[in-house]
Design a binder for this molecule. Structure first.
Ligand code: DX5
Ligand code: ZN
Length: 214
């Protein structure tokens, strides 16, 4: 399983300590949650913070934009050194255009689905995507309870991807722990985000390793 710990649950007074831990860990990516207080009812951190973190982080960045009109910030995300730029399906009126623009900017593109959005909305664009991010909580906050229906969505998406020949990875975000991670693995997920399960643990390194070996 690919693992992308979410910085949202890190200690914001000691970010460099937490980045050191991530650098040492078996994590594959660092997940960064950008919020605008409009698309979601919360505000997190923005591009200046991420740009600085990139200088000390040796893992590729998995950037999750919970903002309206994400196409306005493609250059900023690219300048942060992001590997994946994830935009919400619900935030893009012209999703096909946004997907092309992200690819033209030289990043891998992910499309994120809220819990109430069915995976079927991606049928006509799935072969264009590098990743689909299934939200297993309503976006905006760390530490929420996993929505069980997400397992079914992963199963449906696995089928869609395999039948279409798409190379898209399936990532799941929200309420992931050892138990829910196992269910997601069985359903066909490739990658999990984990905030609280990693950063609020006595041994974050062990938690990352546990998810890695699911
Ligand atoms: C929620 C964010 C998540 C969050 C996950 O809106 O997208 O990435 O940090 O946190 P946990 O793993 O604690 O649910
Ligand atoms: Zn996220």
């Amino acid at each position: 399983m690919l693992v992308s710990p979410s910085l949202l649950s890190a200690d914001f007074c000691n970010l460099s300590k937490d980045i050191d831990m991530i650098n040492e860990s078996e994590a594959d990516y660092l997940h960064l949650d950008i919020m605008d207080g409009v698309f979601v009812p919360n505000i997190s951190f923005g591009f200046p913070v991420i740009k600085n973190l990139k200088n000390i982080c040796n893992k590729p960045l998995d950037v999750h934009l919970m903002i309206v009109e994400p196409q306005k910030f493609i250059k900023e995300v690219k300048d942060c050194g992001a590997e994946f730029m994830n935009v919400h399906y619900e935030a893009c009126l012209h999703l096909h255009r946004v997907v092309q623009q992200i690819k033209e900017a030289g990043m891998k593109v992910g499309v994120t689905l809220n819990p109430a959005t069915p995976v079927s909305v991606l049928e006509d664009i799935i072969t264009e995507l590098d990743l689909v991010l299934i939200m297993s909580v309503n976006p905006g906050f760390g530490g929420q309870k996993f929505i069980q229906n997400s397992v079914k969505k992963v199963r449906q998406l696995r089928k869609m991807i395999d039948n279409s020949g798409s190379h898209a990875l399936i990532e799941v975000d929200g309420g992931v722990n050892g138990e829910t991670g196992k269910l997601l693995k069985e359903a066909g997920a490739d990658m999990v985000v984990a905030g609280n399960y990693v950063f609020k643990a006595d041994s974050p390194l062990d938690r990352i390793s546990e998810l890695k070996n699911l």
